[in-house]
Write a protein that binds this ligand. Structure first.
Ligand code: NAD
Length: 337
């Protein structure tokens, strides 16, 4: 029995997480779910977006399965709880795989890219303030440390080795941000020497975006700092069929958190339209992390069957489909039998 902190989250979160839990439980794996709250839902209910009980649960389980959390855009409101959780538990590697699906028609059919995003520092370190009382000058500090860069870059190379990947590309902006991005690039170059069996490439981030749209097959594993990884992973999501398909694993040395790449999607909340695939695939990554490879493979095969058939899928994958979140979850459970 594995204990997992379950945070259903905001917006479409509860609906997709209910399907994910249903599918994971149906795989036969024994999980003891500890439900906890965070984000806007927690703020409205408990007056804080990250209650002590939630952290106490993660302190115990060291493993969380989380739906998306709403972060209010702009000046007012609390800071991102996603960022806070990643920093508190030192979940330094955010692993986001994007792979083409046989049944999802997109511009390319051979995309297979894993983004390893630094997850605790960079421009998301949270060091932002106004310099004047009138609030007409704002400043944000990007923090890049050798230790923080080393652990995520090592993770990317080890991931490549363990998963039969050929190449690691560091995407950076060291031509302009010579110290912060320069340090990250230096560490990547030094690290590459220790992994002679893995090909190493370096690309400037803006050119990376152009190359990725024109020929994604030149990328395999990508490693980059926090904000570039955030943006690039939505780009890779778009290449394989959208945000409803991409899972993410936030990995630290003694804790991990699994979630979808997408957010709380307020535009489709409450309409039974949200695609549960991304969080279900995050569940597959979590089961693999737990060593439950058989259950993970069973769920993955069922998801692939349902998505590739294109019949019992949400409208983001098939606009003709009358199927919703719940019906897609049911179809995946059926496909496992
Ligand atoms: P979003 O990812 O929620 O939505 C972007 C677009 O993708 C929307 O059109 C949405 O309908 C669509 N989409 C997203 N998930 C989908 C799914 N499962 N099925 C079908 N379509 C889907 O991004 P946003 O609108 O910019 O952000 C909304 C909120 O989510 C913000 O508060 C943001 O801060 C938060 N957010 C949270 C996380 C997280 O919790 N890890 C990640 C990204 C954004």
């Amino acid at each position: 029995m594995h204990a997992v902190t379950l945070i259903k989250g905001d917006g479409i979160g509860p609906s997709i997480m209910d399907e994910a839990v249903k599918v994971i439980d149906a795989s036969g794996v024994k999980i003891q779910w500890e439900e906890a709250f965070a984000g806007l839902a927690a703020f409205e209910q408990f007056g804080t977006p990250l209650p002590d009980e939630t952290m106490a649960s993660i302190d115990r389980t060291r493993l969380a399965f989380k739906g998306p959390l709403t972060t209010v855009v702009g000046g007012s409101g609390f800071r991102s709880i996603n960022v806070a959780l990643r920093q508190k538990y030192e979940l330094y590697a955010n692993v986001r795989p994007a792979k083409s699906w046989a049944g999802v028609k997109t511009r390319y059919d051979d995309v297979d890219i894993v983004i390893v995003r630094e997850n605790t520092e960079g421009l998301y370190a949270g060091l932002e303030h106004y310099l004047t009382p009138k609030k007409d000058i704002a400043e944000s500090l990007a923090v890049v440390t050798r230790t923080g860069s080393q652990r995520v870059i090592d993770y990317a190379f080890k991931y490549a080795q363990d998963n039969n990947r050929k190449k690691v590309t560091v995407c950076h902006k060291a031509n302009i941000l010579k110290f912060t991005q320069g340090l990250f690039l230096d560490v990547a170059r030094e690290t590459a020497v220790r992994y002679p069996d893995i090909q190493f490439d370096e690309k400037i981030i803006d050119a990376s975006c152009m190359h990725m749209v024109m020929d994604p097959s030149q990328f395999d594993v990508i490693v980059c700092t926090n904000m570039f990884g955030d943006i690039l992973s939505d780009l890779t999501a778009g290449l394989v069929g959208g945000l409803g398909l991409i899972p993410g694993a936030n990995i630290g040395n003694d804790a991990a958190l699994f979630e979808a790449v997408h957010g709380s999607a307020p535009d489709i909340t409450g309409k039974n339209l949200a695609n549960p695939t991304a969080v279900i695939m995050a569940g597959v990554m979590m089961l693999d992390h737990l060593g439950e490879h058989e259950a993970a493979a069973k769920i993955k095969a069922a998801v692939e069957k349902v998505v590739n058939e294109g019949k019992f899928v949400t409208p983001d994958l098939n606009p003709q489909s009358k199927c919703g979140t719940i019906e897609m979850g049911n179809a995946i459970v059926e496909a496992m039998k």
